[in-house]
Design a protein. Structure first.
Ligand SMILES: Nc1nc2c(ncn2[C@@H]2O[C@H](COP(=O)(O)OP(=O)(O)OP(=O)(O)O)[C@@H](O)[C@H]2O)c(=O)[nH]1
Length: 459
């Protein structure tokens, strides 16, 4: 037979399941937190840095345009060179930021265009620088009196026009650069939005999973509580109620299922069965002992001890009811033993007791007083009535012989009777015994009533 997992096994399984689901939920929560943290770190460190770089690139481009204005306004070579230093510095910064932006982003063709625009811008500014240098020189010539030269004036106008053209192109290029960078900035923004959306949807999924895990863990815990209540608490209470009964039978003990409590209940059932069996044996032995202590083993009549107890009990009633004591003895019983043997003598004693019992009314107390001697107490019967009744008994015994070993044996018995006074049952018994003695002495096989209160009867 397959061994049942029992209460311990089932409770352990439920606890393990609850722990596993709770652990899974905790791990899922930790994993989600870690993923969320990584995403936030990624956003904050890389993409936000990229955004900053892009913003600074746009600022540098605008600064470059400012430096171009300085270059344009330079009236001497010193200011021109200073503006060019600034432009070179901004060029350097723009180069670095574009490179940084490119390393952070998947540049592609858009970055090639950014590089082109940047180089074009710088080339244009270099050309502007050369044109500004020519303009400064030409203006210096004009200042030194050569202003009337129409060629120089025309050259100045051409240079101004060319510078204007280059600056217009540079503004266009700067706008293009800003737009290209703005394109990347919006790409980064949408990437950030995508990442946030992904994280949000992942978190929403995880939240759902965590909720499911929490519900399962809760259900498992409720199941455990319900299971313990149904399978342990209720059954233990039922068992305790059954055990608190006064008279307990094995069938009263609730047994059901296949677990530790069932095994315990079955053990208690067996134990109760044994106790009940032992109790029944003890009661039977007690009854037997009580019977043996109060009855004669041969005739099964009350013995002398029991008769004396009955005397004590009746002592209280004497006075209210008339009581007569009788002593009976089989005549010449020794001859029966001698002639037929002791066992045959026993049979005669048994038969004699049986005849006495049958011949007496139920309320008469009859006892084997010792040997072949018997005692009686007649309640509620006057002395003359007792004498009459005993006379009939005596005659019946005499009339009906016993069969011993194929031979018929007639036996007779002598009776002594005494009427009892208040509180004098033991004295009354003595007087009955004396009357018996008189019956024996006067020839046996007769009923003699005690002299003081009884009349004598004779067979
Ligand atoms: N078989 C048997 N004999 C018993 C039992 N109890 C006593 N006796 C015998 O009964 C006889 C009684 O004898 P006695 O007291 O001399 O009196 P008796 O022979 O009956 O003569 P009377 O009483 O004088 O008529 C004795 O021999 C006892 O051994 C018994 O339980 N069984």
């Amino acid at each position: 037979m397959r061994k049942s997992p029992g209460l311990t096994g089932r409770t352990l399984l439920l606890t393990l399941l609850t722990t596993a689901v709770s652990l899974a939920a905790i791990l899922l929560a930790l994993f989600s937190f870690s993923q969320y943290r990584n995403t936030i770190t990624h956003l904050s460190q890389q993409q936000i840095n990229t955004l900053l770089t892009a913003t600074r690139l746009v600022q540098q481009t605008e600064g470059l345009m400012g430096s171009s204005a300085l270059l344009l306004q330079a009236e001497n070579h010193f200011n021109r060179r200073r503006a060019m230093f600034e432009i070179a510095d901004r060029k350097e910064w723009i180069g670095r930021m574009v490179a940084e932006l490119e390393s952070n982003l998947d540049g592609g063709e858009a970055f090639a265009r950014i590089y082109q625009v940047r180089d074009q811008l710088i080339d244009n500014l270099t050309k502007v620088d050369q044109l500004v240098a020519q303009r400064i020189n030409l203006r210096a010539d004009v200042f030194h009196g050569e202003s009337s030269d129409p060629d120089r004036l025309q050259s100045l106008q051409l240079i101004e026009a060319e510078i204007g053209e280059l600056l217009r192109e540079n503004r266009r290029l700067a706008t293009e650069l800003s737009v290209a960078v703005g394109f990347h900035v919006s790409a980064i923004r949408s990437e950030i939005q995508d990442s946030v959306q992904q994280v949000n949807s992942a978190i929403a999924t995880r939240e759902g999973l965590l909720l499911v895990a929490a519900v399962i863990a809760l259900l498992l815990m409720l199941t455990t509580v319900f299971y313990i209540n149904r399978s342990v608490v209720r059954r233990v209470v039922a068992l305790q109620k059954a055990l608190s009964q006064d008279r307990l039978l094995p069938a009263d003990i609730p047994v059901g299922g296949r677990d530790e409590i069932t095994w315990m209940a079955q053990s208690i059932q067996r134990y109760v069965d044994k106790i009940n069996l032992h109790e029944a044996r003890i009661l039977s032995m007690n009854r037997e002992l009580e019977f043996m202590a109060t009855h004669d083993a041969l005739t099964r009549l009350s013995n002398r001890h029991q008769f004396e107890r009955d005397l004590e009990r009746l002592e209280r009633d004497v006075g209210k009811h008339q009581v007569c004591a009788v002593m009976v003895d089989i005549d010449h019983f020794k001859q029966v033993n001698d002639r037929f043997g002791h066992d045959a003598g026993d049979q005669v004693i048994i038969g004699f007791a049986s005849r006495l019992q049958e011949a007496l009314p139920d309320q008469v107390l009859l006892a084997r007083y010792g040997g072949e001697e018997f005692a009686m107490l007649f309640p509620d019967t006057p002395l003359d009535g007792v004498v009459r009744h005993l006379e009939q008994v005596r005659q019946q015994i005499e009339r009906l012989p016993f069969e011993l070993g194929g031979q018929l044996l007639t036996i007779t018995a002598s009776f002594g009777v005494a009427a009892c006074g208040v509180g004098d049952l033991s004295g009354c018994m003595k007087r009955a015994d004396q009357a018996l003695y008189q019956a024996k002495a006067s020839g046996r096989n007769r009923v003699v009533a005690a002299m003081a209160e009884c009349q004598e009867g004779q067979a």
